[in-house]
Design a protein around this ligand. Structure first.
Ligand code: ADP
Length: 152
């Protein structure tokens, strides 16, 4: 059976840190599905369609990387795409606290779902979507943090 991992996130925007996790994940699994979550409570800054296009462009040469958007529970979406693994990145202890509790909850909802945490490559650990978004809003060029060129 194919080993499929879901890499879920808001990806607002998708950064070189995320890209690194996917590239390492595709060496570990047969397929990585990048799931761009749409949270009804949370207004996105970068439109979802733009982000889906940008991520597709970044991985166009890799057959075992798929990109989809989803709403609702991550664990339910994992089941839908037949992913037995949830891939996440760990930058620091703050990420760990959050990932630890969310992994336990997901395990309760879907006991067969295994969370796999990859430690960030040190040179990318400082990159966060929140900071990239904030400096972009103030007119800064953010190309060096992204694995594609923003169309806007
Ligand atoms: P969420 O809103 O679900 O936290 P994010 O888009 O912020 O989604 O992040 C998705 C995943 O990528 C999380 O596991 C996060 O810890 C990880 N991540 C974020 N930035 C980096 C980075 N620079 N390097 C590695 N992993 C990262």
């Amino acid at each position: 059976m194919k080993k499929i991992a879901l890499f879920p996130g808001s990806f607002d925007p998708f950064t070189k840190g995320h890209h690194d996790i996917v590239m390492r994940g595709r060496e570990l699994f047969d397929e990585v599905v990048i799931g761009v979550g749409q949270n009804s409570q949370k207004q996105r800054y970068f439109p979802i369609d733009t982000m889906l296009e940008c991520i597709k462009e970044a991985f166009q040469q890799y057959d075992n990387v798929k990109i989809e958007s989803f709403t609702g529970l991550t664990a339910a979406f994992a089941e839908k795409v037949n992913a037995k693994y949830l891939l996440r990145g760990l930058r620091n202890t703050t990420d760990f606290e959050y990932e630890n509790s969310i992994a336990q909850i997901n395990k309760n909802i879907y006991p067969n779902l295994e969370t796999v945490l990859l430690i960030t490559s040190p040179e990318l650990a400082y990159i966060s979507s929140t900071i990239v978004r904030d400096i972009y809003k103030y007119g800064q060029n953010v190309d060096k943090y992204l694995p594609y060129k923003l169309p806007m």
